[in-house]
Structure formats: C-alpha cells, structure tokens
Design a protein around this ligand. Structure first.
Ligand SMILES: Cc1cc2nc3c(=O)[nH]c(=O)nc-3n(C[C@H](O)[C@H](O)[C@H](O)COP(=O)(O)OP(=O)(O)OC[C@H]3O[C@@H](n4cnc5c(N)ncnc54)[C@H](O)[C@@H]3O)c2cc1C
Length: 464
C-alpha cells in the first residue's frame, strides 16, 4: 500500500480523527526481530478486538500488532459509526449455505455483539459517545416500501419478532426522522450510534495497558506460517493473523481475496436546536433509506449530521491510495441528498469530507477463521458492517486460537472461504458496472415507481 507522507496530519482523514482527544503522533515502530505468541497485521478494530479478547482471556500471552500507519488509520477511524447488528449476507443466503438455524444463530450473535461492544466500552471507560437509539430505515417510494415489507417478512420467517424489527407507518417513521417523502419504513433497536475514532483509539490504549505491543508505522510486507515480515524485522509467532480488510490485496498472494470499495462521507457543522426540532433523530437513531446505492447517517453527540454513501469508483488492480478518499462529485451528491432528505439542514456548512476503503469478498460473505496447521488466521469482508462484526471476529479468533469450546466458533461464517475475485480487467468492469447500475436503478425507480430489473440482475452478479 502507498504510505502517507510523514508530515501529513492524520486528523484530516475524517471528522472522527479530527475530533478525537489525545495525540495522533505515531507510536514506536517494530524495533527489530521479535518472538511472540500471536502476531497481528493491522490495528483497526479487527486486530485490536482480537488482541483485546486474547489478552483478557490469557494475560500472559505475548501479542504484537503491526500497523502500517497509526491505530485507527483505516475504515475503523473513518466509518459512519453505526454499531449495528447488520451482517453482509442475508438470512436467506446464509440459510442456503448453512441451514436455517445457523442463519438465525448468526443474526442473533450479531444482535448480542452490539450489546457486547456497549458492555466493553462501559467497563473499560472508552467514551465513544455510545447511544443505542436503533436504526430507522425510511421508505421514500412505493418500491422502497415493498422492499421494507419483504425485509419484515423474511425476518418473521426466521423467527425475528416485532422487538427485533418492525414496519413503521409514515407517521411513525417521521417520528424518528422527519425526512421528506416518507411513506413508511422499518425500525430495529439493535444499533448504537458511536464516534468511531474514540472507539478504535480508546481500544488501542486499553490493549496497550494490558501488555499488547502495538507497533505503528510498521507495514507488513508478507504473512507466512509462524512469521510476519516487515522492513523493520520479522515477528515470529505461533499464530499470525491478517486484519487488513480493504488493504489486503496489497499483500503478496492475496490480490484477489478482497476488493477495496470506497465509501465517502460528509459532516455538517453542529446544527442549532430549532433545526434539530425539525429533523428529529432524538435518541440518535442511525438512519438510511431503501435506495440501492446505500446511504447512511447519524446525529453526532455534538449535534452534527454525519452522512455517507457509496458511489465512488473502484480502482483498477484493487488500488488503494490517499487520493481516492476524496471524490468531489460524490461529496456534492451526498450534500444534495442530505438537503433533499432534510431541507432544514440545506444551508448547514459542511465542515468535513472524507472517505475510505471497506472490504468485500467475492461472495459478499464476511468470514473469520484459523488454519490450525499453518497458524494463519484472518477476519474481514465485512462490506459496510464491520463496526460490530469486528468485535464478533475478535472474540471468535480468540476462541479459535485458545481452542476454547464456544458457540461462537460454530457460527456459519467461521472458516468460510469465498472464491477469489475475477482477474483484471474483468473485476474493474464488473464492479464499476455494478455501482453504475445501482445508481441507474435508483433513478429509474424514482421515474417509473416500479422495481428496477437492472438492480436485481446486477445484485445477482455481484452476489450481494
Ligand atoms: C466511509 C466508511 C463508512 C463506514 N460505515 C460503517 C458503519 O457505519 N457501520 C459499520 O458497521 N461499518 C462501516 N464501515 C465499515 C467498517 O468501518 C469496517 O468494516 C471496519 O472498520 C473494518 O475494520 P478492520 O479493522 O477490519 O479494517 P480497517 O479499519 O481498515 O483496519 C485495517 C488496518 O490495517 C492497516 N494495514 C493495512 N495494510 C497493512 C499492512 N500491510 N501492514 C500493516 N498494517 C496494515 C491499515 O492501516 C488499517 O489501520 C464503513 C467504512 C467506511 C470506509
């Protein structure tokens, strides 16, 4: 991956890194060769949760995390702050692969994970502005309302009740988020809005206090059985864990394991009380709507709207570069969409614009696993749902490494392997065609009021 120049401030990477307390100056790099029990590549939430649960279960364990930049540099320090129970594969898809009970168990584990994150941040004193206000998903057209009904029907089929997710009338939906053109929606209580950089930086501090060594400015150049290589030296370990998500394709032998797809965000200045009276979002539920090209938002603890969406292009060869974080046309589209949703915020100044790569496996199913023979482990492919899923991954990897008997290791995503992405340029063509098709589908649905066929076809091609 391309390194950021040493003098470029990490604060500019997101609203969250800009406003997180404490210094972002990089900690010490790996001083030379080292022997530990567990070596982890990447100090995002995956790497840090894994270290946290390992160190909590076995305080004597020697754990080293090697991070190319600083803890929280990647998606974990830049995301929308939805700590949700969302999982990138649907219940129906999981059921086809692993059976109905396994699918339901996966979704129940995700719900429990939201509360586990809440428990840990409270226990460890990580002030990440936690507000478990749920998620309101607005239906702003008849086709979106149909999709909301289908979602509820699927949830019921798998035994999830009104307490898990429920259909909303237009009035009820507007009671959560008073957006324009609302016809109804869904509400689930299983989501907390958080300040992501406070979570990931706080967690890095907690694991350090527990004796985990986090080496910054230490790019991993190769992962092999019992060895993690860096330009500063080699870390030898019984277990070597890959926690590099959207950056994975830059590692030798892993070009086609995961693709980095960019999600971009904007944030407004803090909005005055009367504007919030018009918008709602009291209790800080996270919000989105039923369009194909995903949008997501939250009311921050300091009264801003932080709002994001997909639509930035995929780059040939799964390239990841700092310059790809910013796409003016996408920022402008996000600002227009936000003003359209909440006209009361139309004149609000946008103070921050940023983006980052998330990771997608070819079959759109996240996974966490460990090859006991080689000692190599991994977790990732969370698409846009990694804030809580990384916690489940961390607990699962810890249980696999420590060989603890746990229901977690029997969940269907454990040791699941996706097939590889296509070689280039097919990959580039397919992903960008998919992104474009989602955008066309939204425009067509808005025009015709009918569900778009192109979205269904592309959805199948992309496997999402
Ligand atoms: C804009 C945006 C919005 C999002 N919104 C949400 C949301 O609201 N809710 C949600 O659940 N998910 C969201 N996501 C996804 C979520 O942020 C990620 O799934 C999650 O943070 C992944 O965590 P991670 O630790 O696996 O990866 P990352 O946080 O990307 O961490 C990987 C780390 O590895 C380091 N690294 C990479 N290569 C190397 C190397 N060779 N050597 C050493 N270190 C390396 C990187 O510098 C980075 O720090 C969003 C993502 C983005 C980009």
């Amino acid at each position: 991956m391309e390194r950021m120049p040493a003098d470029q401030p990490y604060r500019s990477l997101s609203l969250w890194l800009d406003t997180v307390p404490g210094t972002l100056a990089p900690g010490d790099p790996l001083p030379g060769d080292l022997a530990v029990d567990v070596a982890i590549a990447g100090a995002g939430l995956t790497g840090l949760w894994t270290a946290y649960y390992l160190a909590s279960a076995q305080p004597g364990l020697r754990i080293a995390v090697c991070e190319a930049e600083i803890a929280g540099f990647g998606a974990s320090g830049r995301n929308g702050g939805w700590c949700s129970a969302l999982f990138p594969a649907s219940l129906a898809k999981l059921a086809r692969a692993a059976g109905r009970d396994a699918a339901a168990a996966m979704y129940r584990a995700m719900q429990a994970t939201v509360d586990e994150v809440g428990r840990v941040v409270a226990a460890e004193g990580i002030d990440c502005h936690w507000a478990k206000g749920g998620t309101v998903h607005l239906a702003r057209s008849a086709t979106q309302l149909d999709r909301a009904r289908d979602e509820i029907a699927e949830a019921r089929e798998f035994g999830f009740g009104e307490d898990d997710v429920r259909l909303l009338t237009a009035d009820e939906a507007r009671g959560f988020a008073s957006a324009t053109a609302v016809l109804g929606g869904t509400y689930t209580p299983h989501c907390a809005a958080i300040h992501p950089a406070r979570l990931v930086r706080g967690l890095a501090q907690v694991v350090r206090q527990r004796g985990v060594r986090v080496f910054e400015r230490t790019p991993v150049t190769g992962l092999a059985p019992r060895a993690l290589r860096t330009p500063h030296g080699t870390v030898r370990a019984e277990y070597v864990i890959r926690a590099t998500e959207g950056y994975t394709p830059a590692l030798p032998g892993l070009h086609r394991a995961i693709v980095p797809v960019y999600s971009l965000m904007i944030a407004t200045e803090p909005l005055p009380g009367p504007v919030w009276e018009q918008i709602g979002l009291a209790g800080r539920p996270t919000f989105g709507d039923g369009r194909h090209l995903i949008i997501y938002g939250q009311r921050t603890a300091d009264g801003r709207l932080a709002f994001g969406g997909r639509g930035a292009p995929y780059h040939l060869g799964s390239a990841v570069r700092p310059g790809f974080d910013r796409v003016p046309a996408v920022f402008a589209a996000l600002q227009r969409t936000l003003a359209e949703l909440f006209p009361a915020a139309a004149d609000a100044k946008v103070t921050h614009q940023w983006g980052g790569p998330l990771g997608i496996a070819r079959d759109w199913c996240a996974s966490a696993g460990l090859d006991r023979v080689s000692g190599l482990g991994w977790a990732g492919g969370y698409v846009g749902d990694g804030v809580s899923t990384t916690n489940l991954a961390g607990r699962t990897l810890a249980a696999l490494i420590l060989d603890t008997d746990s229901d977690l290791t029997r969940l269907p995503w454990v040791n699941h392997r996706s097939r590889q992405w296509e070689a280039e340029p097919l990959r580039w063509l397919g992903i960008n065609a998919g992104l474009q098709a989602m955008s066309w589908a939204d425009q067509a649905e808005a025009r015709t009021g009918r569900p778009s066929r192109v979205a269904q076809v592309m959805g199948r091609f992309l496997g999402g």
